[in-house]
Design a protein. Structure first.
Length: 224
């Protein structure tokens, strides 16, 4: 079965070029040049979304936040913005990765393949973890506390997976970044700090325990 990719960009030339390249790699490609059409295509249940940040009406950050409430597939930003603050905003909105324009098609294909492979590996797991107030379903990628279901982005869940499956082990930010984004990621470990902050804030709203401990000068660990 072909993997489905949704490309959202207001530049028709970019859409046409990416569609042609991805179809040549045997992907089923959907395209949208504005937010309304993109939302209509959510019913196609894409396996991965490429999303431009600079869009008219609703920009990519707002659209990502809205999409993330309904779909959990990887979202890769296509952006000319390269400052640390812009990266943090993108990840905070629910994005999993970003590709800086202009980019090489070979690099984009490699990133897409890497994210899809990770999704396949995640779906093969069927473990549950019961940790005080939390239930972590690694197969369904869901975290519960009582009847509350947490809304974590892909990368937030992957950090929870890595730390919780290795409870007590300390991981530095660089190692976490390399594990989740790969050695060729364009960002840096500051994104890990931002993801951990968001995870803690979400957990603190519905639990009474600090699950992720900062080991100062070293990194993070899941408290046993």
């Amino acid at each position: 079965m072909k993997r489905k990719i949704l490309i959202i960009d207001d530049e028709e030339m970019v859409l046409a070029m990416l569609k042609k390249c991805l179809e040549a790699e045997n992907f089923l490609v959907y395209t949208a040049d504005h937010a309304k059409k993109a939302l209509e295509l959510m019913s196609a249940a894409p396996d991965l979304i490429l999303l431009d940040i600079n869009m008219p009406e609703m920009d990519g950050l707002e659209l990502c936040q809205f999409i993330r409430e309904h779909i959990a597939c990887p979202i890769l930003f296509l952006t000319a913005r390269v400052t640390e603050q812009d990266v943090i905003k993108g990840l905070s909105a629910g994005g999993d990765d970003y590709i800086t324009k202009p980019f090489r098609v070979e690099e984009l294909l490699a990133r897409i393949s890497a994210h899809l492979r990770r999704e396949e590996r995640k779906n093969k797991s069927s473990d549950l973890k019961f940790d005080d107030e939390l239930i972590i379903d690694y197969n369904s990628r869901i975290v519960f506390s009582g009847e509350h279901r947490f809304a974590f982005s892909n990368k937030e869940f992957e950090i929870i997976r890595l730390l919780s499956q290795n409870a007590g082990m300390v991981f530095d930010r660089e190692t976490i970044y390399e594990r989740l984004w790969g050695y060729d990621g364009e960002g840096n470990s500051i994104v890990v700090k931002e993801h951990v902050r968001k995870i803690r804030n979400k957990l603190a709203e519905h639990t009474n325990k600090n699950y992720i401990e900062t080991v100062w000068g070293v990194g993070y660990r899941w408290i046993k």
